[in-house]
Design a protein around this ligand. Structure first.
Ligand SMILES: *Cc1c(COP(=O)(O)O)cnc(C)c1O
Length: 391
């Protein structure tokens, strides 16, 4: 079976380096935060062209912590798209705010900026565009509209580490960005991991505090900021005890492990090459899949898409998937249920028909094998099968 994604081949290609880095951490005795994590945070921030990065437990926590850092909670609304992985909307609900959905564009599947203005209310505090499948949303438009309402823009970069928009890297385009290093993502750890990226010192300090139970100087500073108080560092007194035992905010235990940071530091220098190979495979698919049964992905002219997946639209998805399975080729669905139709968001009161583009994609969207280590032979097998398919 040709898989849709595969992580073993990437591990094999860097095995000596990854094994050595993992053993170094195991021997060091320092497993949580520490220099490996700081190194990776610095490397990733500079890769994105941003000032700060805060390593956390996973991409979902990154979103939750980013929202809390921005002071968002009960009574607030946050706008995101109806077509994303559940984490985006779940994080909004987890902090007590209300997710408000807008549709995606039929070409790029990212947030439709023309639908955004109408979704704002006096309660809107942030917008979370999702760079879905590896392609950036139209950030200039989204930031312009959001900032005109004094709302923050938090990029969901979980599927787009390294993608570019108008020549600039994702993760540096809004006020904050959240990345997942889930093993299959473009930059994947050997387990769960995530990061928050920002240029704002205030948001950075807040994220640093929230990932460690809201403690210490960053916690005290953030408490003052979120409550509109003056911060006087000289008045913070830990009485000679460890700052981590002084908690100013109700936070989390959500830290990046040294082991994961070490894996990510080995892999980051390869990310651009891997993404380039994904684009190359996409270009081959674009050119050689000539069967008109499929609508192929559209890349906005201002974007460098990094093809976390290669998304297609097909009329009879079940039939197509069964056909591919027969040919020994796996396919994927990202994602079968749009957010406004998820049972967990039922009480928000949306109904089928509210977001027709997202609904259409949920019903007809399908992905075919896409990862940098796909062989030319496998790519050709996929193309031959696709071209021989009849509706
Ligand atoms: C993977 C993903 C996340 C969540 O990341 P985890 O590390 O799995 O928590 C969030 N948003 C999107 C769009 C994703 O694809």
């Amino acid at each position: 079976m040709i898989p849709v994604m595969n992580v073993q081949r990437q591990y094999a290609s860097l095995q000596d380096e990854l094994d050595a880095a993992a053993l170094e951490v195991l021997h060091s005795g320092g497993y949580i935060l520490g220099p490996k994590v700081q190194n990776f945070e610095n490397e990733f921030a500079s890769y994105c062209g941003a000032k700060y990065a805060v390593g956390v437990g996973n991409g979902t926590d990154a979103l939750v912590i980013a929202l809390l850092a921005a002071g968002i909670g009960e009574g607030d609304e946050v706008i995101t798209t109806a077509m994303t992985f559940v984490s985006t909307a779940e994080a909004i609900a987890q902090v007590g705010a209300t997710p408000v959905f807008v549709d995606i564009t039929p070409e790029t599947y990212t947030m439709d900026p023309s639908k955004l203005e109408a979704a704002f209310t006096s309660k809107t505090k942030a917008v979370i565009p999702v760079h879905i499948y590896g392609q950036a949303a139209d950030m200039d438009e989204i930031c312009r509209i959001a900032h005109s309402h004094n709302a923050l823009v938090i990029e969901d970069c979980a599927q787009a580490a390294g993608a570019k928009y108008k020549g600039r890297r994702t993760c540096s385009l809004g006020d904050m960005a959240c990345v997942s290093f889930f093993p299959t993502k473009n930059l994947g750890a050997a387990g769960d991991a995530g990061i928050i990226v920002t240029d704002s010192e205030d948001l950075y300090k807040a994220a640093m505090a929230f990932r460690v139970h809201g403690s210490g100087l960053n916690g005290a500073y953030t408490y003052a900021r979120l409550n509109g108080q003056e911060f006087d560092e000289s008045k913070v007194d830990f009485h000679g005890n460890l700052p981590k035992y002084y908690n100013y905010l109700v936070g989390f235990n959500s830290r990046l492990d040294a082991l994961q940071a070490a894996m990510l530091s080995v892999k980051l220098p390869h990310l651009d090459d891997w993404n380039a190979r994904r684009r190359e495979i996409a270009a081959i698919y674009n050119e050689k899949i000539t069967n008109t049964a499929f609508a192929k992905p559209v890349v906005a002219d201002f974007n460098e898409h990094i093809f976390y997946v290669y998304p297609l639209r097909v009329n009879d998805r079940a039939k197509f998937r069964a056909y591919m399975e027969e040919k020994g080729i796996a396919t994927g669905v990202y994602f079968p249920v749009p957010m406004h139709e998820q049972a967990c968001f039922g009480k928000l009161g949306y109904k089928h028909g509210d977001f027709p583009v997202a609904e259409d994609l949920a019903e007809h969207g399908v992905t075919i094998p896409m990862f940098p280590e796909l062989t030319d032979d496998e790519i050709n097998q996929v193309i031959d099968a696709m071209n021989a398919y009849t509706e």
